[in-house]
Design a binder for this molecule. Sequence first.
Ligand code: DGJ
Length: 698
Amino acid sequence: MSIHTTDQGWVLETATTGYALGLNAAGLLTHRYWGRRLTSPDDYPPAPNPLAWASFNSAAQSTPEEYPGYAGETFIDPCIKVTFADGVRDVVLRFESAEQRDGDQPELRIILRDTAYPLRVTLHYRVHHAHDLIERWATATNEGDAPISIERMLSAEWHLPPGSGYRLSHLTGRWADEMNLRREPLVQGLKVLESRRINTSHHHSPWFAIDRGAADEDSGQVWFGALAWSGNWKIVAEVTDFDTTRVKIGLNDWDFAWRLGAGEQFVTPSSFAGYSDAGFGKASRSFHDLVRAQLLPHGDAVRQVLYNSWEATLFDVDERSQVELARLAAEMGVELFVMDDGWFHGRTSDRAGLGDWWPDAVKFPSGLSPLIAQVNALGMQFGLWVEPEMVNPDSELYRAHPDWVIHFPTRARTEGRNQLILNVARQDVQGYLIDTIDRLLTEHNIAFIKWDMNRSVSEPGWPDAPGDQREIWVRYVQGLYHIWGTLRARHPQVIWQSCSGGGARADLGILRLADQIWASDNTEPTARLQIQEGFSQVFPASTMESWVTDMGPEYLPLSFRFHVSMCGSLGVGGHLVHWGAARRAEAAGLIALYKAIRHIVHQGDMYRLRSPHDHAFSAVQYVSKDKAEGVLFAFRTHIPRPANLPPIYLRGLDPDARYEVEGFAGARSGRAWMEAGLTLELADFGSTARRITEALRD
Ligand code: DGJ
């Protein structure tokens, strides 16, 4: 059983972790414990009853509430803030009841109610036992007949064991430089990470990991979490002046308000969090398993090797240029040919066309079907690029519906990449996009869609909004999910890629709709190593689309460039005509190797052995779930001579089984490969991919 009710409250248990909450003497719903699973449900400590410190600091300020409201003398950054119809602005939530739902994913619901107003808040705790994760979200219900304005409503507050001295790991970046892993001490005050851009953003990711300052990939306590949401989000890590540390996560309250009418409900997105007693590596593997088992539409199916036309032909796509590339791609073993931007009405540059999703009559006088037929005849599936949420002012769509974009009527409409954002919160816009993309998918044999989004928001107005205009931040994302979800349901075989100028829409929410993510527009392989390390903190390799392009051939061998991309879902994006026969033949060999090992990369466990952020010699390893096989990738960028490369210690093997590692004579025990390690020889800008195979048992 994963949920226990005892005299002290409730205990949620996963395979290796325990999480306890309960009511303290003041009746507050209070955090009790989060860490390694204890022997018995009665082992978990009782709810704490802190004392007041001074007249300035009531006991409430030191109480680790599970979901603090903005009320009284708490002075903790709250999870919920509302204004009632009479102007009262504090929310006093008290326990009313608890419910339990059993099943594969048992759920505890704690129902809180305001002491004076008809506001009910339900806290949901779903236990993902096998993945060592707890999912939390909250629902607000207006049980009265006057509206309530919600000004903040986060998904969860997660408490660390009492104390400070913690360290925060997070991901930061910018366009073409996403997902840089940063670690920094948490000190008294608030550390805020957020997006205000209407998408998840290149700049920060809705993920955190907190440790005691010395955890590494294999050891140390780590508390970690992420938000399943693709719009404005916020993480606040708070270290109080009373030596307590907590982190909250949810929808960003920046410029946000939600009018909760009589009888209505507001549901927050889910946050997932867990505890690892074996460092950051175990934390990542929990997320990887959850994503593959529960979120991705196509689960852990291996991804096809794709070719993408963008970096080769940019906007100059036509049937001739694409068939030429497709022929060469097919000869190399590519399985899916994706035509990127430039194929639709009026799209000769980024100045025109977005919104008019039918084939350009000059470039494709007979439509897309002849191209698709030729791609299929070459033995490949066909994929297509779209950017549904966007419109160029120079388009038929905008000329017909200038009011469909996000805007303030009295302000100029700021363009980004010459485009405006369609307000997908509007039902008419949703209907248009569903019909248009549905028609494309119905009329053509399209196996893959790349869904792009190439700007951040500005002038976030919605003049004829049915409620408070500031609901746009949430209703936009709900609209996006509705459009995408409807199309997915109608065309369940299609594989979707989430792209937002690279990795600005990489989150657990979009992975319920998309099977893979374009991690970055930066395809330079040495930069990519770090981007991929950051990406792997949360997302499994199968979701990380990574192309070999024309970036880096002056100083990087083709094998290095392929090895980097083989650590994810391999694609090719270089101009194959310019590659020449010898390079294409070498690429074909590397693609064949990848096909032989990709099931391990996509479906196995990942171990980051040496960080490319910290070292010019880095390594990552994948091991199949049954531990029978693995693959080791190692990369050396520039290390001044003389250089001795340090040993690599493999991970994840069965210590008692015997394994062969390609390039090394004889089988050794898993224990030997993990404890004594192995030494590789690599020149500057050299790389290697070594298969690891369990030796036949006697
Ligand atoms: C941005 C994407 O990240 C690129 O891969 C490409 O699809 C362009 N948009 C096309 O405009």
